[in-house]
Design a protein around this ligand. Sequence first.
Ligand code: DON
Length: 587
Amino acid sequence: MKKKYLLGLLLAGSPLLIQAQQPVKESKGFYQFLTDDPTQKPFYNDREGVFARNGMVASAHPEASRVGMEILKKGGNAVDAAVAVQFALAVVHPSAGNIGGGGFMVFRANDGQNYTLDFREKAPLKGGKDMYLDEQGNVIPGLSTLGHLASGVPGSVDGMATAHARFGKLSWKEVIQPSVDLAEKGVVQTAREARGLNAIREVVQKVNPGTTYFLKPDKSDWQEGDTLVQKDLAKVLTAIQKKGREGFYKGKVARILAKDMKKNTGIISRKDLKEYHSTWREAVVGNYKNYKVITMPPTSSGGVALMQLLRLVEPYPLKTWGWNTDSTVQVMVEAERRVYADRAKFLGDPDFVDVPVEKLISYEYLKERWKDFDFAHATDSKAVSGGAIAGYESLETTHFSIVDKDGNAVSITTTLNGGYGSKVIVKGGGFFMNNEMDDFSVKAGVPNMFGLIGNKANEIAPSKRMLSSMTPTIIEKDGKLLMVVGTPGGSTIITSVYQTILNVLEHGMTMQQAVNALKFHHQWLPDKTMFEAGAFTPNTIQKLQNKGYILEQQRGTIGRMDCILVLPDGTLEGGSDPRGDDTSVGY
Ligand code: DON
């Protein structure tokens, strides 16, 4: 971990200000955060934040953060850097970075105006409500997650072109160039990236028989330090560089994509591609105490859910109770239970269904939601609403946060859904396609790969966008930029963002500590609280279990945050998650 942190510092070039943060070892035992056990170590590890004055890029990969930083140093603004980072991630972090997927951008300009862009995938025109069901109306396993039929119409390229056309300062050519270079010259594999490619080898061959994409020339296993060259992807990126969105949605790339689909019983057509457009939407904006939260509206459920969660816990003294003490966990979990039940019922693509956003985040409604809460014992999820139990899978999405020297801030979360999406690699294009169709409710009440269930609001219809949990968020205090937050993690995105924000605002953590802090998650159904090892003390576990909470320690980790905090003197603190290759670079 230390090595990666140093790498972050090295990549920062010649920073004007990068200072090591003092580890917190004082007053209340080993760590300053109030817990029921002063010796509790609240962190995944002790990585330290990256500090700089002029600009910060926090992303899932050191090369992508470096690319963003170079764009900022060249005089590009946060949107220029974001476009460059999105395309760079498509090359260096193929499990989640993408041109074959989609995502959401929250942008706060330094004049305080905010904008959100929905570049989420859409169901193909030939898609429909029952497309993943057999004749008996049962879900056909795997059809919405693996192979050509699992993909929605990609939105990332249009999203980036749309954002850049409105806010970019540098030329389109300049912001795409770094990703072309990375694809052409090759990317040195981190241990994690190498492991990922080795792990999917078999399934990639199953879905794309005989393909040589993402294989080493001698077909041996990838090792850390190997170089991955992506010539076909470089050509696609060059087409995008030359022709903008048309380089992807029309012409050769569109042709090969549609051809690949047709040949393999996929249904994305050239018409789907031609007609895809991202959409500017009004942000979900609300106060939590004296902070202003600016977050993503539907088609993501993330912003509404985050606002609900924060406002539900607002009346409770979390700070006094302490970080992850039984009372704090209890009200946070009970809030999560109610919010995820609402998500399943009300949330969907606002172009197709009426989502009562204002009502859902209103204090009156939320007060009502607490009515059946009793501190003496856990609420039964079945009493909140009906549903089913499901399992989890290890998955990938990616988030990045950027602040430029003028204080413009971008928060983008983008995804292929599952790691490497549908595992389909477009022949002649060399890029992975998403399996985002699984984010629809493929059948009412049947859980998706995250165990999330949905209903009519999120059923499949042609050109409709599937509901997301991605929660790119920006927080203001006193009219000034305070924090840029986001993470991958499927259904755990919302709760990870929620905890990270509260860790800073209520528990006084630095940005990096809030990222490092161990996390937990409840999503109404299944009715259990998952937690990272060490997130709760034995005493807290006992107290929660006594009240009827079902707790399950995770084998893996929760969240892979990339966030930026603006300190009172204007210094930026980049907090990138030690759970991944994530790196903050500042100057
Ligand atoms: O949009 C969503 O909510 C999901 N497709 C996100 C997937 C994800 O975060 C997977 N990652 N870890």
